[in-house]
Design a protein around this ligand. Structure first.
Ligand SMILES: Nc1ncnc2c1ncn2[C@@H]1O[C@H](COP(=O)(O)OP(=O)(O)O)[C@@H](O)[C@H]1O
Ligand SMILES: [Mg+2]
Length: 257
């Protein structure tokens, strides 16, 4: 199983937006896809409820900390056997043991950041925490950052670029501030399922390419036994996912790019 964590302790960074769009991409490519929503606000689960019946199914797992009895919580957190891609939506303000749990589950981590001084500062702190307390430095998990809600005229563009250049992490793409993301949420869709969202699809492609391109590194890490939480059957499933991805039209399109 390919497990992708979308995380930033800062609220409004675009975690849920990225989760729903990546999930809809993998589902539309016929991968058995599950979203695990750790956020008590349950925005991803709400999005799934508005998803039209005829669209490719995405399973929703509720991993929000239980308010009362934990039995129901555990049942809802269940990830169906055969899930090929698991996308985890982290809550804002996440830290400590919960942060560690999510990092341990993941093969890839994507951190969205909005170009604003407050968000840049908060993200800087969060990334340090991710690698120290979160444990991202002691597993083979791959971490990358993306800019979200970027406007052409943003006065903070330069500070954002400076911030990215100080990080020793791949910067994947700039996601525009676009109404198509709002239209997609409203309809229970992702931009990969909307005819009119060409440029939004293009700007998300580098993330998918990064996830795909790192498959080889991840396999090597698997062989060394350094990827936490992956038993043999899950490793085989992850390899299958990567093999399948390599033969999708999207992959061919990306290769040409
Ligand atoms: N690229 C974008 N363009 C337009 N609106 C966006 C974009 N990314 C996020 N939003 C909107 O900003 C708000 C916060 O985004 P969300 O994904 O919920 O952030 P988070 O999950 O990190 O708190 C939501 O209303 C969402 O629809
Ligand atoms: Mg959210």
């Amino acid at each position: 199983m390919l497990t992708i964590l979308i995380i930033n302790s800062k609220g409004g960074a675009g975690k849920t937006t990225l989760c729903t769009n990546l999930a809809s991409y993998y589902a539309s490519k016929k991968f058995r896809t599950t979203i695990m929503d750790y956020d008590p606000q349950g925005s991803c689960l709400q999005w799934l409820r508005t998803r039209p019946d005829h669209m490719k199914n995405i399973h929703g797992a509720n991993a929000a900390p239980p308010k009362g009895a934990s039995t129901l919580h555990n049942l809802q957190k269940w990830v169906p056997v055969g899930t090929e891609v698991l996308i985890i939506d982290a809550p804002s303000g996440v830290k400590g043991l919960l942060l560690q749990e999510m990092v341990r589950r993941s093969n890839f981590i994507v951190v969205p950041v909005v170009p604003s001084p407050i968000d840049i500062h908060a993200t800087d702190e969060f990334i340090k925490e991710l690698f120290t307390i979160g444990g991202a430095s002691s597993t083979r998990v791959k971490v990358a950052v993306v800019a979200n809600r970027v406007r052409r005229s943003s006065p903070v563009r330069e500070s954002l670029e400076r911030f990215f250049s100080t990080l020793k992490l791949p910067f994947l793409t700039s996601i525009s501030d676009s109404d198509n993301y709002l239209r997609a949420v409203e309809k229970g869709l992702g931009v990969f399922e909307m005819e009119e969202a060409d440029s939004e699809r293009e700007e998300l492609l580098p993330i998918l390419k990064w996830l795909d391109g790192n498959a080889y590194n991840r396999r090597a890490a698997d062989r060394e036994g350094n990827v936490v939480n992956m038993d043999d059957s899950r490793r085989a499933a992850a390899n299958q996912v990567m093999g399948k991805l390599r033969h999708t039209p999207m992959r061919r399109k990306m290769d040409r790019a």
